[in-house]
Design a protein around this ligand. Structure first.
Ligand code: NDP
Length: 395
């Protein structure tokens, strides 16, 4: 029986709080803390109504280490689940070290003023977590997260050497809005408008944003055009998969989404630097975020499915083999269960599963870990029954 502290009360925080509440034998006490406490209170009221459990709420500024340390020490959780924004990763890691608790997140640190996705900042905490005897699990969402665990499973059970990996991510759902992002708009748009990048034969190859595409047949959704993007799990998987020759990441976007994005880029409203407006400094992408629908608000009318997986090719007993390992998730079903759409759900369920692995001792070890470095078996045995069943097919 453990206490858990969840930081961040957006779409993903909603799922994490509901799913922790549904694990009464693992999480005896739950606190949901975020910048805007009214959002935590709304989720707490839903949880009380739907699952009959009372959870605590608190206001916290996760950019402020002393405030975090005070909260963590006063509450005394076994693990902190960080589902605020990537900008808060380092302050929350600092606070966990100071308060002496384990840490888990779903997205790697990004500095607010440069769209730069890399693990260097968080990997630099390795020695401090090891010395403190604390565990930090990085990127326990779907991608990164499930995709890393899928690769670890393929490496452990299906292939002797994994040579080629294509991670393919399709949201085949529809929310009925002209333009909206499925998770935090600022983080999402920064990711998509950045230059593409993939890893081949020991080198990173850069591509113009959204300049490479392919058709892929997604189980449960069908054929969709998919665009090459840089995605953070490529960095750790390129390091940790044995014998890897190439790894790429692909995501589907509809014509209308891309047209809106192109116009927004052309007029400069996706800029992440400060501009002067009416004697005030504003960051255009933050202003855009204020105009766009809150991703959590899309959930009620969302239909269709997400389909995300890893296509892995390599050698088994001297023979070439190719496997596709994936999950399909239905937006309307997840709304019924936890009042969230499938993109938040597919992120939140692996976050809770990772935390369950840590507090039950199925995953142990002082230091900073990416998901593929941990045993995939207990995680995959757990994550299906918790809501993300997964499948393997030979292709
Ligand atoms: P939202 O924007 O919906 O929610 C973010 C939450 O964090 C909000 O409640 C926000 O508070 C809170 N927050 C932001 N800044 C602070 C701060 N300084 N102090 C305290 N709380 C703060 O985002 P999502 O729920 O969509 O995403 C959450 C995380 O999940 C992100 O890091 C995202 O990158 C990651 N993610 C990972 C995926 C994966 O597959 N690995 C996929 C999708 C998302 P407020 O309400 O006041 O704004």
């Amino acid at each position: 029986m453990s206490k858990v502290l969840i930081i961040g009360a957006g779409g993903v925080g909603t799922v994490v709080a509901h799913k922790c509440a549904m694990e009464e034998t693992v999480f005896s006490d739950i606190m949901l803390a975020s910048r805007t406490v009214s959002k935590c209170e709304k989720i707490a009221a839903e949880i009380k109504a739907m699952h009959g459990r009372t959870i605590q709420t608190a206001a916290v500024d996760a950019d402020n280490v002393p405030a975090l340390v005070k909260l963590i020490k006063a509450y005394g959780p076994k693990v902190v689940i960080n589902v605020a924004l990537p900008y808060q990763d380092l302050t929350i890691m600092d606070a966990c070290l100071e308060a002496g608790v384990d840490y888990l997140d779903t997205a790697n640190y990004e500095p607010p003023d440069v769209a730069k996705f890399e693990y260097s900042w968080q990997w630099a905490y390795q020695e401090r977590f090891q010395k403190a005897g604390r565990m930090a699990v990085l990127g326990s969402g779907f991608d990164p997260g499930m995709t890393n665990v899928f690769c670890a499973y393929v490496q452990k059970h299906l292939l002797d050497e994994v040579h080629y990996v294509d991670i393919v991510d399709c949201n085949g759902g529809s929310h009925g809005k002209a333009f909206a992002t499925n998770f935090n708009p600022e983080i999402n748009i920064r990711e998509i408008t950045a230059r593409g990048r993939y890893w081949e034969n020991g080198e990173w190859i850069e591509t113009d944003p959204l300049s490479q595409s392919m058709m892929f047949d997604y189980p449960g959704v069908g054929e969709r055009k998919s665009f090459l993007l840089y995605h953070e799990e490529l960095e750790s998987l390129a390091k940790n998969l044995k014998g890897l020759k190439r790894i790429r990441f692909w995501m589907t976007f509809g014509e209308s989404y891309l047209k809106h994005l192109e116009v927004m880029q052309n007029i400069g409203i996706t800029r992440i630097d400060e501009v002067e407006f009416n004697g005030q400094k504003i960051v255009p992408i933050q202003f855009l975020k204020a105009l766009l629908p809150d991703p959590a608000s899309l959930a009620a009318n969302y239909t269709g499915k997400t389909s995300i997986g890893c296509l892995c090719e390599g050698i088994k007993d001297g023979k070439k083999k190719r496997y596709f390992i994936y999950n399909i998730c239905d937006h309307a079903e997840t709304y019924k269960e936890v009042r969230a759409q499938a993109v938040s759900y597919t992120t939140g369920v692996p976050a809770v599963t990772g935390a369950v692995m840590m507090v039950t001792g199925k995953w142990q070890g002082a230091g900073v870990w990416n998901m593929e470095q941990l045993d995939p078996d207990p995680f995959l045995a757990d994550v299906g029954p918790r809501g993300l069943p997964w499948h393997v097919e030979e292709r």
